[in-house]
Design a protein around this ligand. Structure first.
Ligand code: AKB
Length: 317
């Protein structure tokens, strides 16, 4: 089989996606790449690992040629909060990185998974039950790169027949690797602090509602869309995905059921609050359900229970 490449494999989603793909397709068939940050022993020792800079065309092309790559899961990106403090770097990594990946895919006939995000929407987008096809006037640099990335990926499909497919991820909750520099990061940090210190100071207001998803569903979605029957796909980039949504206050209430002493307080960070306020409360994911059978396994209660169990175990060791 042609091999798979994961960019951004040291990040929150990439680190788990690499192991998920290695379990499914064999360790040697999944090449993990990262940029500077040291990979975990598990990631490094379970299969090929290389350092690359995605905004360098030659480095991307060399890896694709060296390993005869057939599918690229392109996870390397600068997230929303860091994107606001370093907009130029965010553009360079997110746009030039994606452009290079698509160009290499065009030349070497590879398929590409292009993750988008709730950040591809903006303040004028309908907030509730956000339609699949609607207004996308994103106001953060990260969001601008996500809208442009969706369009670019569609362009490569229509113009060059590159098999690009993508989803709009909500905030992803996981216990393996911490997220870095996003607006939804609070929804992971809160679990670490609840277990370790029984208190958490949240940087978003208590009533900020956002879509979220548990990591195992995010991984399944990536593979399901890349293996979906292409004749059934009316959309390609990018499908709304929804599992559950909550506010910080609602999540804290759920955590209190397991850790009754837990207390949440608020110190709002205006940059991240503005970003969150520009995103939808809940997306309509019926296109994903109809076109490739998307259906999340974890609801909010199941996610909270599993997170607390797994993270408590992890933090003991
Ligand atoms: C972020 O908060 O920047 C990301 C996202 C929703 O895309 N987690």
């Amino acid at each position: 089989m042609k091999k798979l490449l994961v960019t951004g494999s040291v990040g929150q989603i990439g680190s788990e996606l690499t192991m998920y793909l290695r379990d499914k397709y064999g360790n040697d068939n999944v090449v993990a790449t990262g940029h500077r940050t040291k990979p975990s022993e598990k990631l490094k020792n379970s299969g090929p690992f290389e350092f690359i800079t995605v905004s360098d065309f030659k480095e991307v092309e060399d890896i694709v040629k060296k390993y005869d790559i057939g599918t690229i899961y392109h996870l390397a990106a600068v997230l929303s909060a860091v994107g606001e403090s370093k907009p130029q770097i965010c553009w360079d990594v997110n746009m030039n990185g994606l452009y290079n990946v698509l160009e290499v895919a065009r030349e070497h006939k590879a398929a590409v998974f292009v993750p988008s995000s709730i950040a591809a929407f903006g303040p004028e987008t309908p907030k509730d039950n956000t339609p699949q096809d609607t207004i996308q006037r994103a106001t953060s640099m990260y969001g601008v790169t996500k809208v442009a990335g969706e369009l670019l990926a569609d362009y490569y499909y229509k113009r060059f027949d590159v098999d690009t497919r993508g989803v709009r991820y909500p905030g992803i909750i996981s216990y393996e690797t911490l997220p870095g520099g996003g607006t939804t990061d609070y929804a992971v940090e809160i679990f670490y602090e609840a277990i370790k210190n029984k208190k958490y100071t949240c940087f978003l207001k208590e009533d900020t509602k956002l879509d979220m998803m548990y990591m195992s569903d995010a991984l399944k979605a990536a593979v399901d869309i890349m293996t979906a029957d292409t004749s059934k796909l009316k959309h390609r980039n990018a499908f709304n995905l929804c599992a559950f949504n909550f506010t910080p206050k609602e999540l804290a209430e759920k955590i209190k059921k397991f850790i009754p002493e837990f207390e949440i307080s608020y110190e709002v960070d205006s940059v991240r609050q503005d970003i969150a306020d520009s995103w939808p409360n809940s997306m309509d994911d019926s296109a994903a359900r109809e076109e490739w059978g998307w259906s999340p396994e974890f609801d909010l209660d199941e996610m909270v229970k599993d997170m607390i169990e797994k993270l408590t175990e992890k933090l003991k060791g």
